[in-house]
Ligand binder design. Structure first.
Ligand code: COA
Length: 445
């Protein structure tokens, strides 16, 4: 069996930009440092009036197919991962296929289409589905198109409003991939949690502080489960560790937990022990709360060591370059983190071929998944083709009043009729409602 993994990636960022420190924080009467230092965010991307999850997904997929010289006949399945769907029956992949059929001569009538839901982790689950379909040999030589697309909006006044974002990531999953091969080994941490949910409502009900704890707990379980099949991990084994990134501050917390776990019983634990001692072991304590206090103390000290700082700057920080300027893309976020790291490797001229990534995905509700990826020989062509810098520079900055308007435009319960802020060119946009009040789309030359 040939290797299977991600052959190509393309992104589409919402075309509007809200500056969090300069525009949002003052309007909310908050210190800008909460955003830039605490959450690690500078800006959020927002969809313009004529954009939604379908247009963003179709635009990313169109770009990817054009660049790889593909036609619909090359695609055997289209899976969309989203938690922002507006239709409870007809999957978003059918709307996206309909868009793409406007610009390609052939159609996708023989492609299996679906939609995956499990909060932010469904993008990675869709990669899994595609991987399994190819490894099972049911793909007839064709590739799978996985599109993670979301408008991550919260109700006005909700704490999550600080971490919003909108964008899509399209990925082609194929045999002999050009970007990364996915490992057969994977680990899961999964439990019935009520930290973040949308019971038939557009905006989430969130227990934000709890969701942070649930993320860490499930990620820890997933890492232990991964190690049970792949063997113990070591920080030097992986060039980068892209995590699901609802906001960079979340990853900062997860990285410290991950590092403590990975260095246990290794040369690194022994080296840092001269300054901060060995990690507390539960069997050394009579009382569980004393153990937890000791762990907290150890983690505070570990965070300040040179060994941790150097590892964090090398393996984690590069994964956050893009997230800082776009906010949360829910299902697309971990895939943005991978692209961000590889883009940094390219900038720093690091030879990544054959090197390993450890990818940590998470979805509220809640489940974490960890697998490894091996970077392929042709990775530079794929990363050079990413036009994310141009997209981010071209975004239109919005004022706070414009933000309020655009939030209303995308609120399903409100009627807001305003002109688009940007002029579309060579892209899919929303059109007027169809005869069954369905969303319709057109391609603008
Ligand atoms: N300078 C530096 N740091 C600052 C600061 C300042 N002026 N003001 C606040 N901070 C820090 C806080 O200490 C905190 O960091 P910590 O968590 O390491 O202690 C961080 O900035 C956030 O501030 P906080 O007051 O906790 O923000 P909040 O009450 O608005 O809530 C979330 C933050 C993440 C809980 C909220 O944005 C949320 O609900 N998000 C959606 C859910 C989510 O994304 N969950 C993640 C798992 S999927």
């Amino acid at each position: 069996m040939n290797s299977v993994g991600i052959d190509a990636v393309a992104v589409h960022a919402g075309k509007l930009r809200l500056d969090l420190a300069e525009t949002f924080a003052p309007a909310m009467d908050e210190d800008p440092g909460k955003y830039t230092k605490g959450l690690g965010l500078h800006a959020s991307s927002f969809p313009d009036v004529e954009e939604d999850i379908v247009t963003m997904g179709a635009n990313a997929a169109h770009k990817l197919m054009e660049r790889k010289g593909l036609t619909p006949e090359d695609i055997g399945r289209i899976d969309v991962a989203t938690e922002s769907a507006f239709d409870n029956a007809k999957p978003v992949s059918t709307y996206i296929a309909g868009c793409l059929e406007e610009v390609f001569e052939d159609d996708f009538h023989h492609a299996n289409k679906g939609e995956r839901k499990f909060a932010c982790i469904s993008g990675t689950q869709s990669l899994d589905d595609a991987y399994n379909w190819i490894r099972a040999g049911r793909h007839r030589g064709r590739a799978a198109l996985v599109i993670a697309t979301d408008t991550a909006l919260y109700a006005r006044g909700d704490a999550g409003e600080a971490t919003q974002g909108a964008g899509a990531v399209a990925m082609l999953i194929a045999e002999d991939p050009d970007l990364v091969e996915m490992s057969l080994e994977q680990g899961f941490g999964s439990a019935d949690e009520t930290d973040f949910l949308k019971p038939n409502q557009q905006f989430p009900s969130v227990d934000g502080k709890r969701s942070v704890q649930v993320y860490l707990a499930r990620m820890r379980e997933a890492l232990a489960d991964y190690e049970s099949v792949a063997g113990q991990t070591h920080p030097d084994q992986f060039e980068y560790i892209p995590f699901h990134t609802p906001f960079p501050g979340m990853v900062r917390k997860a990285a410290l937990f991950g590092y403590r776990h990975m260095i246990r019983d290794t040369d690194i634990e022994e080296t840092v022990a001269t300054d901060i001692g060995r990690q507390p072991r539960i069997e050394e304590f009579d009382d569980e709360s004393q153990y937890h206090d000791a762990v907290r103390e150890y983690m505070d000290a570990l965070k300040e060591t040179d060994a941790y700082g150097e590892w964090y700057d090398r393996a984690i920080e590069p994964t956050l370059d893009i997230a800082r300027h776009v906010g949360n893309w829910y299902t697309g976020s971990v895939h943005v983190a991978r692209a961000s790291a590889l883009r940094r490797a390219r900038e720093e001229d690091i030879d990544m071929a054959g090197k390993q990534l450890l990818v940590g995905s998470y979805g509220s509700g809640a489940q974490a998944e960890i697998h490894a990826e091996t970077v392929q020989e042709n990775w530079t062509d794929e990363i050079d083709a990413l036009d994310i810098d141009e997209q981010l520079t071209e975004r239109r900055d919005i004022t706070f009043e414009e933000y309020e308007e655009i939030h209303d435009v995308h609120n399903h319960d409100k009627e807001a009729d305003i002109d688009a802020f940007t002029t579309p060119s060579e892209e899919f946009v929303r059109d007027g409602p169809g005869p069954m009040d369905e969303r319709t789309y057109r391609y603008v030359e």
